[in-house]
Design a binder for this molecule. Structure first.
Ligand code: URA
Length: 240
């Protein structure tokens, strides 16, 4: 049985509204618990047993939450940090859940798609190279990428410390060969930067643009977070 939760915490955790919205909705008699008008936002409810409706809509309790963040530079992919803001600090209150964490790390200077969730099994699956969930990055490079580099990356490049990488997919996006899309299933430390360093090149900017077949929402401004819906989730989870 799920532990009982405060009504305002439960309703706001479903992503529809903030805790202060819940207070207002209670005043407006818009929230019912088992058909009875709720009077107190601190009332304890059972997410699995109690039927809660908000403005006539029955809430179906979502076990887990999945969020897309368009990560800015200067923010660390951690839940806590003494020096820098974390990806968690960008999550609006209505999406906050205990145990929310970034599924995979981007460097502080890397931008783009970070998936945040409280579903450890899902995170494990999308990060495991064995599940073949591709992460797509767009890198701008200091030097044009040579044909020999493309071949080496595609066949599995060896990093300078001797570590072998799985084959990557490469597409050159501009005529001067300095803007490159790379798709990898692994998540070694600084992997993309080290892969290009192994080609005697240097990454100037790096953005993650997709996880699996789910692309970052271009309407999401930098630093903004939104929920990933179940159709979108299946674009990530379509393991090969
Ligand atoms: N590879 C890197 O080098 N940095 C990132 O942030 C992600 C992948």
């Amino acid at each position: 049985m799920a532990p009982k939760m405060r009504l305002d915490k439960l309703v706001s955790s479903q992503g529809a509204c903030s805790r202060s919205d819940v207070k207002r909705l209670i005043k407006q008699k818009e929230i019912l618990v088992n058909g009875v008008i709720a009077k107190d936002s601190s009332e304890k409810v059972d997410p699995e047993l109690d039927v809660i409706s908000v403005s006539g809509q029955v809430l179906s309790f979502k076990k887990h939450i999945y969020l897309m963040l368009n990560k800015p530079q200067g923010v660390v992919s951690a839940t806590e940090d003494d020096t820098y803001p974390t990806v968690i600090s960008l999550v609006p209150e209505e999406y906050m859940r205990p145990g929310l964490f970034p599924a995979g790390r981007l460097d502080a200077d890397t931008t783009g798609f970070v998936l945040l969730t409280d579903d450890g099994d899902f995170a494990h699956d999308i990060l495991s190279p064995k599940k073949h969930v591709e992460k797509t990055y767009v890198a701008t490079l200091a030097e044009p990428l040579r044909e020999t580099d493309v071949k080496a990356l595609q066949s599995g490049i060896q990093l300078k410390d001797g570590t072998s990488c799985q084959p990557a997919k490469i597409a050159i996006l501009d005529p001067d060969g300095k803007t490159v899309e790379i798709k990898i299933c692994e998540g070694k430390y600084h992997q993309v930067k080290r892969m290009f360093a192994a080609c005697e090149n240097r990454v100037l900017t790096l953005k993650r643009t997709a996880i699996g077949s789910l692309k970052i929402d271009e309407k999401l401004s930098i630093g903004q977070v939104r929920e990933i819906d179940s159709d979108e989730l299946s674009l990530i989870k379509a393991y090969k």
